[in-house]
Design a protein around this ligand. Structure first.
Ligand code: ADP
Ligand code: MG
Length: 228
């Protein structure tokens, strides 16, 4: 298992966000967390990235186990993940190229000869090569999300996490983004998508098969299913 939750509970004060969720996903797998707003999807992703720690239970991501990781280990863990957000989170004063290049530099590669080809390949993969020099403000929402996906995949993470990746998109761009995520999955990344939208879980290639996720009663589980 690449990601494992063992009876993970998360409380925010009195509020129970996840109730004893046990769940796991393997390398190369695709899982969709489908559930209404407030069902704990983002909490689950933040537990995987170790932005927050569980109130009880154990989260394991690759060789990173438990919540007592040093800052350095947490930083290392995040570098094995590619993260895509609903609101893109692009730096508005940097070009598309620079937004993606920054992720490469944060991962420790600084020479142009290392950075440039990686960024070019990632932008080509998401179909944004011609907009490399554009600022985010010059892009459509769909293009912004594709730039964010290029940033997420540029370091070839073992897992791509996408939190409501189509939430801000009209249907056509949403479809493109889902197709792109599906392609990335088929090329070998594990993919975890959290969404309120059934069509995301229905849309091939992000389809779902029912044994991967076994969340607790309050988990985003009810609608959860892993992918074929
Ligand atoms: P989803 O992403 O499925 O909408 P969340 O994981 O964001 O769900 O939220 C799950 C529950 O936890 C909700 O009731 C939400 O209000 C609560 N919650 C999430 N984050 C916080 C926080 N930082 N402080 C307090 N409550 C939170
Ligand atoms: Mg959320």
């Amino acid at each position: 298992m690449m990601i494992t939750f063992e009876q993970v509970t998360k409380r925010y004060g009195e509020r129970l966000a996840l109730d004893s969720v046990s769940w796991g996903m393997d390398e190369g797998e695709c899982v969709v967390f489908l559930g209404p707003s407030g069902s704990g999807k983002t909490t689950l992703l933040r537990l995987i990235t170790h932005e927050t720690s569980p109130s009880a239970g154990i989260v394991t991501v690759g060789t990173f186990r438990g919540s007592r990781l040093s800052r350095a280990r947490r930083a290392l863990l995040r570098r094995t993940l590619g993260i895509v957000y609903e609101d893109f989170r692009l730096l508005t004063d940097r070009s598309v190229f620079e937004n993606v290049a920054l992720a490469v530099r944060i991962a420790g590669l600084h020479a142009d000869v290392d950075v440039t080809p990686r960024v070019e390949v990632a932008l080509d993969e998401v179909g944004l090569s011609r907009l490399s020099a554009a600022l985010p403000s010059e892009l459509s929402f769909g293009e912004k999300q594709r730039a964010a996906i290029a940033r997420a995949i540029v370091n070839r993470p073992a897992v791509v996490l996408a939190d409501e990746p189509t939430g801000a998109l009209e249907p056509r761009s949403a479809h493109e983004v889902l197709a792109l995520l599906g392609r990335i999955h088929h090329e070998g990344s594990a993919l975890l998508v959290a969404t309120t939208r059934e069509e995301v879980a229905d849309a091939p290639p992000v389809a779902v098969e029912p044994q991967a996720a076994r969340p607790g009663p309050d988990a985003p589980s009810s609608a959860t299913a892993p992918v074929a």
